[in-house]
Design a protein around this ligand. Structure first.
Ligand SMILES: NC(=O)c1ccc[n+]([C@@H]2O[C@H](COP(=O)([O-])OP(=O)(O)OC[C@H]3O[C@@H](n4cnc5c(N)ncnc54)[C@H](O)[C@@H]3O)[C@@H](O)[C@H]2O)c1
Ligand SMILES: [Zn+2]
Length: 370
């Protein structure tokens, strides 16, 4: 088991990463918190795969605990489902002494986190992320949110957990597609800030699952994100670099239509594009570009998009803001493990590179450009 401290003044916590470590890691930590009640928030899929997983750890230790089971899916990450959590907390007479445990992927982590941030002006919470994406991304950093019909993650709060327990054993049941999608976010941390992590990933295979490899990879990836989150407290703007691959990624997610492509998959394509653009702009050397290309390309799932013209491309990159902006900030690579924010990159330049990218990778990014 590996332990990673997150050093946020006054809100320090630890991330524990291991295999089959949940019992030891979770129970001993909850004991330290001495809660009056523990409320686990999870979803129907996890409750079916791991019936009473958290309850079975807490009952023998004598902790009073309840489980709130929500429907599964991003479409339920909204205010109505949040109300279900608040109702549950009220019915079970939760109070400031209650500890919440989020047992699930990023959707559960974000919703339970927001509920814990707001119920009685904030109760303590523990993240038990069960997807690779949640382990390397959403459970680290303290961002929580639900969606509004007009915008994703628009209603949210910062809520640092008191503890994060990751048991990689849980990934054995995660569908391969979800695993791969999370792996792109894991690899992103290597590409932008940690060359050694990239090399380590490049020398190993994700599947068949090797939990020893994953323990090291998840640890190193979380370490990159944790250091960024710590430093960004001093407003270095470093956190924006985590958007590497997300400019085109968001466009793909939105334009391909809801549910057609997973977030991590879209980000994978976006990272290939951002690397390509860095190379074409002569910022990234040929050998590094080729290394990134041979690493990402075989892992990618083709994306198919409806036809796209320049105007639509711009409105998607600008998130449909009507502003007459002609440029966006874009995260580029100077080298493997070394990124920077290119301020005010002209949309026309991005569009031109996108055209070249689509003709270079016609099978990976299928779209008719008008
Ligand atoms: N807060 C942040 O900083 C942050 C960062 C990135 C993403 N997010 C959010 O995270 C969400 C995406 O998270 P996700 O990719 O984990 O999706 P998810 O939570 O929807 O999980 C994906 C699917 O896998 C299932 N699942 C979870 N664990 C499983 C397991 N161990 N075995 C089998 N099935 C399992 C889930 O029930 C779900 O059907 C989005 O809502 C996104 O906005 C938040
Ligand atoms: Zn992302």
């Amino acid at each position: 088991m590996r332990t990673l401290p997150v050093e946020l003044p006054g809100r320090e916590y630890q991330i524990e990463i291991g295999v089959g470590n949940l019992q030891k890691s979770l129970v001993s930590f909850i004991r330290l918190l001495d809660p009056e009640l523990v409320v686990t928030v999870t979803n129907t899929t996890l409750e079916q795969l791991y019936p009473g997983k958290i309850r079975n750890l807490l009952d023998p230790e004598g902790f009073s605990n309840e489980t709130c089971v929500l429907p599964d899916g991003e479409s339920f990450k909204n205010l109505e489902t949040l109300q279900v959590i608040y109702d549950f907390l009220m019915e079970k007479k939760a109070n400031r002494g209650t500890v919440m445990v989020a047992f699930g992927g990023g959707v559960i982590g974000d919703m339970a986190g927001f509920a814990a941030a707001t119920f009685m002006r904030g109760i303590r919470m523990i993240q038990v992320p069960t997807t690779l994406l949640a382990q390397v991304d959403s459970s680290v950093g303290g961002k929580t949110a639900v969606n509004h019909p007009l915008g994703k993650n628009t209603i949210g709060a910062f809520k640092q957990p008191n503890h994060v327990s990751m048991d990689l054993e849980l990934l054995k049941t995660l569908p391969s597609r979800e695993l791969q999608a999370g792996f792109f976010e894991l690899a992103k941390h290597g590409l932008i800030h940690d060359r050694d992590l990239f090399d380590f990933l490049n020398q190993n295979q994700l599947e068949p699952l090797d939990l020893d490899f994953l323990e090291e990879a998840v640890f190193r990836s979380c370490r990159v994100k944790a250091r960024i989150v710590e430093q960004d407290e001093t407003e270095t703007g470093l956190i924006a670099t985590l958007n590497f691959g997300h400019t085109l990624g968001h466009l793909i997610e939105t334009h391909s239509g809801y549910g057609n492509c997973l977030h991590g998959e879209a980000v994978g394509t976006g990272m290939l594009f951002a690397s390509y653009l860095s190379w074409r702009e002569k910022l990234l050397g040929l050998s590094s570009w080729e290394m990134i290309r041979s690493f990402l390309e075989p892992k990618m799932r083709p994306v198919s998009l409806p036809p796209l013209d320049f105007e639509k491309f711009c409105s998607l990159l600008l998130h449909d803001k009507k502003a007459s902006r002609e440029a966006v900030n874009f995260i580029l690579l100077r080298d493997l493990g070394d990124c920077f924010i290119q301020k005010e990159m002209p949309l026309e330049l991005i569009w031109n590179h996108f055209g070249l990218f689509c003709s270079e990778f016609p099978d990976l990014c299928r779209v008719k450009l008008l």
